[in-house]
Ligand binder design. Structure first.
Ligand code: NAD
Ligand code: GLY
Length: 351
């Protein structure tokens, strides 16, 4: 197990990463007034673990899935926190995937203007990305993550044992964010390419999870609240990914990130930001995880949703974070009209 410290200005976080990490939970919560947030699927699988670890702490079980990442679920958590008479020194434990983590984190940041938060990510995606760095959010009126806060958890506990119950599709989603990290960090990309045939192997995933957490910690330490522009790099592929996710709602976040990265890699090539060979290399890695690009109906309307992306600065402008060279990224700003045209053309060519 590795211990990774995230030295952020607002509040430092300690991430325990690897086999045995979950054993740290007993010490983390010792003597604390704990409140657990989870979802219905995770509760079904880990009810005994939750009871053994958190004893008689109240547990708020949310309906599972991105479509429930909304104000109803947020207020369900806040109501239950109030009923449980939590105080400022209470600790909220978000036990689940990225949806539970984002909403639990948001509730912890809002209740009494902020209580202690611990993240126990149970999906690969949440372990390699969403549980670290303090972004919290709900979706609202068709806009992804539009209501949220930056609120660092005190502890993050990433134990690979939780991945054993994850369906392969969810492993694929986590690999989406892992490949994104590879496109930002040359060493991680080398490792992914060397292990291209072991991407779904749990021992390999445990190792690469720690690499991704360490990389993300470095970015978040330098630009905690996405002010300098550096943290935007973590949104590679996400402008298109989020737009398709909100419009089609059929797949999961990680799958749409992979599709977003794939489509945007062609745009980066078109603008000579990314050389053809390197773009092909990234696409080959994406292809190991995403076997087929689905045929998208009304892709122009779907791409139009990108106009609401938080990275955009001007009116009618869409900002994309695209790969440049190995370990480097660039921000590309396009008019919405050009962006939609490119996505339509590229997706049409791949279908
Ligand atoms: P999720 O939380 O919906 O989990 C995916 C599915 O796996 C759900 O059905 C869940 O119930 C189930 N599940 C969770 N743990 C399980 C386990 N151990 N075994 C079996 N099933 C399990 O989705 P996700 O992919 O974990 O996270 C996606 C969310 O994360 C999106 O809302 C996205 O916006 C957000 N996100 C946030 C950040 C951030 O920095 N805060 C970064 C990336 C993504
Ligand atoms: N996943 C984007 C971020 O944490 O900034």
């Amino acid at each position: 197990m590795q211990t990774i410290e995230v030295h952020t200005k607002s509040r430092p976080s300690t991430v325990y990463c690897g086999a045995g990490a979950a054993e740290k939970l007993k010490t983390i919560i010792e003597g604390k007034d704990v409140f657990v947030v989870t979802d219905s699927n995770v509760f079904g699988l880990y009810k005994d673990f939750i009871q053994n670890t958190f004893g008689s702490a109240p547990v708020c079980v949310l309906p599972a899935g991105e479509r429930h990442k909304n104000r109803n679920s947020l207020f369900m958590i806040l109501d239950k926190m109030l009923q449980a008479r939590l105080r400022r020194n209470s600790t909220l434990v978000a036990f689940g995937g990225g949806v539970v983590g984002d909403m639990g984190g948001l509730a912890a940041s809002l209740y009494m203007r902020g209580i202690h938060a611990v993240q126990v990510p149970t999906t690969l995606l949440a372990q390699v990305d969403s549980s670290v760095g303090g972004k919290t959010a709900i979706d609202h009126r068709g806009v992804k993550n539009v209501i949220g806060t930056f609120y660092q958890p005190e502890y993050v506990v990433c134990d690979p044992m939780f991945l054993k119950t994850l369906p392969p599709r969810e492993i694929r989603c986590g690999l989406g964010e892992i490949i994104k990290t590879g496109a930002l960090d040359a060493e991680i990309l080398d490792k992914l390419e060397r292990n291209a045939e072991r991407l779904f192997d749990l021992a390999f995933l445990e190792e690469i999870t720690a690499d991704c957490v360490r990389f993300k910690a470095g970015v978040v330490e330098k630009d905690e609240c996405e002010r300098s522009g550096l943290r935007k790099c973590l949104n590679m592929g996400h402008t298109t990914g989020h737009a398709l996710e909100l419009f089609y709602k059929r797949r999961s976040h990680g799958e749409y990130v992979l599709i977003g990265m794939l489509l945007e890699s062609y745009i980066a090539e078109k603008f000579d930001i990314c050389a053809h060979d390197y773009a092909e290399e990234l696409r080959a890695l994406i292809g190991k995880v995403l076997k087929r690009v689905p045929r998208f109906e009304n892709i122009a309307d779907a791409a139009g949703v990108a106009l609401y992306d938080k990275k955009n600065q001007g009116e009618n402008e869409v900002s994309l974070i695209v790969p440049a060279k190995r370990g480097e990224f660039a921000e590309l700003r396009l008019t919405d009209e050009d962006y939609v045209g490119y996505i339509e053309e590229i997706a049409g060519g791949l279908a």
